[in-house]
Design a protein around this ligand. Structure first.
Ligand code: ADP
Ligand code: MG
Length: 744
């Protein structure tokens, strides 16, 4: 007997629940070693990628050398080299069964886009005989021209010059996406307009990586690292996500349309027992994780950690950090793989920042650091006084970068989804501050007080901070409430939203740090005229420590006292997306993006317009969904409940029962009336708002008027949910969606 026969209920929700708990565990076919056993990861890691290592192996020597010159010195790739690479790529791809290739790019929609072309080409043989052959040319590898008019440009292109070009980014490996019925070669590319304007999120990231490297190198030279040539930025992006059984999602138009639940009464059992975080991973979830990891390994993505997160049905995956550009591409790919593999396991992976009210939302903690040519982490205290001084200098420069640009950094993570998360259950507040931990705070304070004159080992020991040379994460305390925390050898930008393309906040952060390095280099040059090097550096640090007091905060970021304190300190408090986005209109505040050559004024303006438009469109969609669900699901369910109460009442003959029952009916009628009333007022507010064509006004109107009205309607509906017969409630409930997996 299958599950649908077992259930006599006509409520599809009940069938969805049954189907969810009957879902079989999906098994996968792993790569085998020569003995037929599961091969170790190292044997197939990156087998679906074609990057520098594969090129070194497969390319003629001079082609490979030319490619390296392009990468290291920005030289133009000679045509013959491009042809040689294309030919090697084609051979490799076809041997793997690939039929199509695509230029994979990151338009300003925030996700990725791809346009596929087959490898085939027609060859004219004898007479009129046509033959199909596999062909892939250097120019197909290097440049593409997708029809750009359908991607957001924020007004940078008028339709008559809708040209947009994609160009191969040779620093990020090519990769193959395998699907049930075929394989596609993806070529990571940048996407730009006719006049070279960035139409994507990758171009500014690449520019920011260069800018930071150049400015950091200048600075390092001044502090004594005379042979510094390049500074690499590194990123490890921890990804949080929810998994919900597909059968439930299919019955929730809000999840399908908007990626989050627009209504639903909280489950009595939420996260209060604190039993989910790091708990044992349910079998079906683990089967999903194992397949996702298998796919990610083949794509050369070094996922390392998996665990349950705080909310029920919430999980996390963290990779080993990589070079910024690659890590950023890899995070986008990871999100794609998570979604695709979840479906195979009968689940939907929700990457939204707040899919369920009342429990934790999802973030993407961006672990960020810098390394020099020798691979030394600049945010790791070293073994020599010089390395420690360098560490403190870099740390202070970053404090300055965040202090001077915190409002724009806040704008870089603004989205409707993140609005629900920031400042809510256990999420970082919307106020940007930096947490350093008490040990580092002590060191900075002592430097400020002028007690340290030279950074010798002894003096540091004198100050009771002998651990400096080997500070590791064990020496730093943790503060989960900070949006930007130092965690031993890296900073963790925790306020980034789970669904976001990290390229946006990372390019802003890199730009801010680059400009802080630049300013500090100028200051240091002046100091060096008067002082010996170590003294000059200490003097610089002392100044920075004083200058950045306001941004440093070690207390509880969730508390109301912090809000008051932040206000006193004059820190920007930007609770919502409209407030944060409007910062991008302030030319002084965004000047660092221009000075660092990460974005032009025109590009900043276009990004602002796109973000405003996306805010309006996202919330318009949510509001339309909420209205439709209320009118076609909720109100009919309430009507049925009303009828049920009415006929029950008629059937009663006992006076005391009738009286008690009357009270219940009255309670129900009151809440039913509230639903109808709030529905009407929300509906007219929405209609009125949509009459305006001024996007900016609409953004503010939506935030100030429509969002509170939507919330009122939701509250009434959520209260009514608890008064309607379970059999009559049409939408899968929170407890079902969030806890079904615990039964597996
Ligand atoms: P934590 O204890 O802070 O969670 P982990 O070692 O688990 O530290 O690392 C968390 C994330 O930070 C991982 O993705 C890891 O790869 C990343 N990470 C570690 N070192 C660096 C670094 N130097 N630069 C960028 N990310 C890093
Ligand atoms: Mg986490």
């Amino acid at each position: 007997m299958d599950s649908t026969q077992k259930l006599s209920s006509t409520n599809p929700r009940r069938h969805a629940f049954q189907a969810a708990i009957d879902q079989p565990i999906r098994k996968i076919e792993r790569v085998k070693d020569s003995f037929g056993k599961d091969a170790p990861v190292s044997e197939y890691f990156g087998c679906m990628t074609f990057g520098l290592a594969q090129m070194r192996e497969k390319l003629p020597k001079d082609s490979y050398t030319n490619l390296l010159k392009t990468l290291d010195q920005g030289k133009k790739l000679p045509k013959e080299t491009a042809e040689a690479i294309a030919s090697a790529v084609k051979e490799w791809s076809v041997s793997k069964g690939v039929t199509h290739f695509c230029h994979w790019f990151q338009p300003m929609t925030g996700s990725t886009a791809e346009k596929h072309d087959a490898f085939i080409s027609i060859q004219h043989a004898h007479h009129s005989e046509l033959r199909v052959i596999e062909r892939f040319t250097g120019s197909q590898l290097i440049q593409g021209e997708p029809d750009a008019s359908s991607f957001p440009s924020g007004g940078m292109r008028s339709t008559f010059e809708a040209r947009g070009y994609t160009a191969w980014d040779p620093t990020s490996p090519l990769f193959i996406i395998e699907e049930e019925n075929g394989k596609t070669l993806c070529i990571p590319t940048v996407f730009f307009g006719y006049h070279g304007q960035a139409l994507d999120n990758k171009t500014p990231l690449l520019r920011s990586i260069d800018s930071l490297s150049n400015e950091a190198v200048e600075f390092l030279k001044l502090i004594g690292d005379v042979d510094a040539k390049k500074v690499q930025t590194t990123l490890g992006a921890e990804q949080e996500y929810f998994l919900v059984d597909k059968n439930f999602v299919a019955l929730r138009p809000d999840l399908i349309m908007t990626g989050r639940s627009l209504l639903g009464s909280s489950s009595a059992r939420g996260q209060q027992l604190e039993d989910h975080y790091f708990g044992s991973i349910p079998t079906r979830i683990k089967a999903f994780m194992q397949e996702a990891e298998f796919e990610l390994y083949k794509l050369g993505i070094p996922v390392k950690t998996r665990h349950n997160e705080v909310a029920p049905s919430q999980f996390e995956l963290a990779p080993i950090f990589e070079d910024m550009n690659i890590a950023s591409d890899h995070n986008l790919l990871t999100m794609e793989v998570l979604k695709r593999v979840a479906l195979k396991h009968g689940m939907v992976c929700l990457l939204h920042e707040k899919p369920f009210a009342g429990v934790n939302g999802s973030g993407k903690h961006n672990n960020w650091s810098m390394a020099n040519d020798k691979g030394e982490n600049l945010l790791e205290p070293g073994h020599t006084p010089h390395q420690n001084l360098r560490f403190l200098a870099c740390l202070s420069v970053i404090l300055k970068a965040v202090n001077d640009n915190s409002a724009v950094l806040r704008a870089s993570i603004a989205s409707p989804g993140n609005d629900h998360r920031l400042g809510a259950n256990e999420a970082p507040p919307a106020i940007i501050s930096v947490f350093l931990g008490s040990l580092l705070e002590n060191i900075l304070n002592t430097i400020e007080a002028g007690k340290v004159h030279k950074a010798t080992d002894e003096q540091i020991i004198d100050l009771g901070v002998s651990q400096i040379p080997n500070i590791s994460k064990d020496y730093t305390d943790r503060n989960r409430t900070s949006p930007f925390a130092f965690t031993g050898n890296k900073f963790e930008f925790r306020a980034v939203g789970s669904s976001q393309n990290v390229a946006v906040p990372m390019s802003f952060l890199n730009a801010a740090v680059a400009m802080a390095f630049k300013e500090c280099s100028l200051k240091l040059k002046e100091l060096l005229k008067k002082k010996k090097r170590d003294d000059a550096v200490l003097e610089l640090i002392r100044g920075l420590v004083k200058e950045t007091k306001a941004i440093r905060f070690s207390g509880n970021g969730y508390s109301d006292e912090w809000k008051a304190e932040a206000k006193k300190r004059g820190l920007p408090i930007l609770n919502t997306t409209p407030e944060a986005l409007d910062i991008l209109k302030d030319k002084n505040k965004t000047q660092f993006l221009i000075d660092s050559k990460v974005l032009s004024r025109e590009e900043i303006e276009s990004r602002y317009h796109i973000a405003v438009e996306r805010y309006v469109k996202t919330l318009d969609l949510e509001h339309s969904s909420l209205l439709e669900i209320t009118s076609t699901y909720i109100i009919p369910a309430l009507e049925k409940q009303m009828t049920l109460l009415g006929s029950a009442h008629q059937a009663m003959s006992s006076a005391p029962l009738k009286k008690l029952h009357k009270d219940r009916s009255t309670e129900f009628e009151t809440i039913f009336a509230a639903v109808l009333k709030n529905f009407d007022s929300f509906k007219s507010a929405v209609e009125k708002s949509r009459k305006s064509h001024d996007e900016h006004k609409r953004m503010w109107n939506i935030m100030e008027d429509l969002q509170p009205a939507a919330l009122k309607l939701r509250d009434a509906i959520d209260t009514s949910e608890l008064l309607v017969a379970d059999e009559l409630w049409p939408l899968p409930k929170y407890r079902e969606m969030l806890l079904a997996h615990t039964l597996l």
